[in-house]
Design a protein around this ligand. Structure first.
Ligand SMILES: *Cc1c(COP(=O)(O)O)cnc(C)c1O
Length: 310
């Protein structure tokens, strides 16, 4: 598997950004690999190493359109290890684009009810799965474990220059937790949750940080660098509207960078809105992480008849 690591970093240039006197860079994790793109690779890397070390298949959880499921299937395929995907919801006639790709790449798919899916973090349920399916290395939904957090610290290690603010989209907060571990005291991480009520991610991130920092004081100190910008969710997870689709198309036309509709376009929309409101000092240097996820756009196109020309 050929990975573009370190991922490139590109400066975005436009009249809008010049007018507002901010320097904006994109860390292009979407270019790491065509199938295992973005932060999903960061979160999987150490998990895959561990599974290989113990010669175990990976078992993980996700929704039917999940970027994490797509990335796990592709990464395991390329690394030559087996994987099992526990998919929320019934199996429909014909698989959607995400699941048919995952299945083609060799992921063994199991469809489970929403109720059963709710047990995905319970010890007794996992033990039962091991009784039925044999031993596996468990990767929680979204890659949200200690190894996932540690893998995301490499995003920061690859950054070539000083900066003031980092921006990233959030689902489980795992990527944000890893990035926070590498920040200096005067740097800030702005997290743009893709879900409604994203303030709850503060707690999830505190929990994830505890795995690696062990001490409450260190966790709290690290959390001081975190700003949760929770008002750009567009109604909730995977909710979109015409304004967002428009923004995504215009963003591509202006900067030649495709965004995904679930995460990165909401982050960019929010960031641009905040820039236009003058929330950043002159000369502020901002690095936004493009966490990938572009495979998710295919699902939107087929389900909602959305057109994006890129
Ligand atoms: C999964 C995903 C995220 C969310 O990452 P977390 O570590 O769960 O917060 C962000 N952006 C994209 C494109 C994703 O696919």
């Amino acid at each position: 598997m050929i990975l573009q690591i370190p991922s490139p970093i590109h400066q975005l240039e436009s009249d809008f950004l010049a007018e507002h006197r901010v320097q904006l860079f994109l860390k292009r994790d979407d270019l790491i690999h065509p199938e295992v793109s973005g932060n999903k690779w960061r979160k999987l890397e150490l998990n895959i190493t561990k599974a290989q070390e113990f010669d175990l298949p990976i078992l993980t959880f996700g929704g039917a359109y999940s970027n994490h499921i797509a990335a796990t299937a592709a990464a395991c395929h390329h690394r030559g290890i087996a994987c099992i995907g526990m998919i929320r919801g019934e199996e429909h006639d014909g698989l959607n684009p995400t699941l048919s790709l995952a299945s083609k790449l060799g992921m063994q798919l199991h469809f489970i009810s929403r109720e059963e899916y709710g047990y995905k973090a319970e010890e007794a349920y996992i033990r039962q799965l091991k009784d039925n399916l044999g031993a596996f290395h468990l990767v929680p939904e979204g890659g949200a474990n200690f190894l996932g957090v540690m893998g995301c610290t490499s995003i920061i290690k690859e950054l070539p220059k000083p900066f003031d603010i980092l921006c990233v989209a959030g689902g489980t907060g795992t990527t944000a937790a890893g990035m926070l571990l590498g920040l200096k005291a005067n740097q800030r991480l702005e997290l743009y949750p893709a879900l409604k009520g994203g303030e709850f991610l503060q707690k999830s991130i505190a929990q994830l940080l505890e795995y690696s920092l062990f001490e409450e004081m260190a966790v709290n100190e690290t959390l001081e660098n975190l700003i949760i910008v929770s008002d750009y969710h567009f109604g909730g997870y995977a909710k979109i509207n015409a304004e967002l689709v428009d923004f995504t198309q215009h963003f591509f036309n202006e900067y030649s960078v495709p965004l995904d509709l679930i995460y990165t376009s909401k982050m960019m929309f929010g960031l641009f809105d905040r820039i236009s409101k003058g929330l950043y000092n002159k000369g502020t240097s901002i690095i936004a992480v493009h966490t990938g996820g572009l495979q998710g756009n295919e699902g939107f196109k087929s389900r909602k008849g959305i057109t994006l020309n890129f």
